[in-house]
Design a protein around this ligand. Sequence first.
Ligand SMILES: *Cc1c(COP(=O)(O)O)cnc(C)c1O
Length: 416
Amino acid sequence: MVRVAGEQGYTRRLSGGIRLVQQRLAIHGGAPVRPSLLPYGRHEIDDDDVLAVTEALRSGWITTGPRVAAFESAVADLAGARHAVAFSSGTAALHAAAFAAGLGPGDEAVTTPLTFCATANCVLYQGATPVFADVSPDTLNLDPDRLAERLTSRTKAILAVDFTGHPADLDAIRDLADRHGAVLIEDACHALGARYRGRPVGSISRMTVFSFHPVKHVTTGEGGMVTTDDPGLAGRLRTFRNHGLDSDANQREARGQWRYDMVSLGYNYRLADLGCALGSSQLRKLPANLARRRRIAQRYTTALASIPGVRTPVVRADVDPAWHLYVIRLEKGLRGRRDDVLAALKAENIGANVHYEAVHRLRYYRERFGYRGGEYPVAEDASDHLVTLPLFPGLSDDDVSDVLAAVEKVVGHFLP
Ligand SMILES: *Cc1c(COP(=O)(O)O)cnc(C)c1O
């Protein structure tokens, strides 16, 4: 290949006489694809949301009140679950699920390394040990065959993650959990509104965890939820959220009785009425939000199919993903590392990101458990080559075009 330097960039002559005009990258002093930075995710607040929160502020209830129960029942309906218990964050919800599953010292919980660290940390909070199993090369979700190899007499829970909003192999994983007597906890922080074999995520696992952090589909500022069909688990979750007390202040007031008891060690993990007012208002826009995300993902996938050097996400036939993230994989053999591509995209004002550094390669996990890398090759290879492109409902068609132009320009530059 010959490069001919020019004002705007250079012409590349590929084999077979093909000429390609390659624009000079912004990171090398060329003009960026767009003038302002596009983030990878962004929440949206409209007038209805502002009104809902203002009403809550004027209502006399600030924290645990009617809006918590209303938001819980709206999420339970959406998820097709009998119970939903709200928490102050997705992480608190994971911690509560680990508690309700009975995890304690000496127990193990098996999870994927390709997730946010909170999925594994909740096992540590309970004094139990997180064990990792590698992911499937197509969806990058927990591989049931690898999972089966990691189950032992100490396994008390399995923590499956619906990576990017694509449901995990839930039937196969649930079978393994049932046969092994382990509790299946699904970290669906990416997957609110996703469907698996026709069923809504939130109705399949023993407990399903959602997050309402602003980057997720629906926000309460900070917040989380656990859905379950099991009334016993729901009771344990509610107790855990409120210091381990056997009643909350409203119940005591209703009974006209001050007396309370503490039955287990809990925390203050309550989600306020204010946040739930916002959550219920946001939830009404979820169908439109999901539809817009799906359309953007389709456009990315169609356009990126003709760009060499990148692989688009795999969607299995039996799922309807929630498209929290749009993650491409860079082909091996590019003249540059993934982080060079990220830096070049950033200079083009495209805020690409990485989800995730494999958890066992984080310093705390390396030092505490002695991981050296190489233990989970599929997850590690993904972790080294993934790029998360901007995806949120507020992206305009022009924004999507900018992302595609930048990917073509940057990856084109790094092609061999
Ligand atoms: C966001 C997220 C969490 C944590 O949720 P917070 O509400 O931020 O505490 C946990 N797991 C996954 C996979 C997430 O994406």
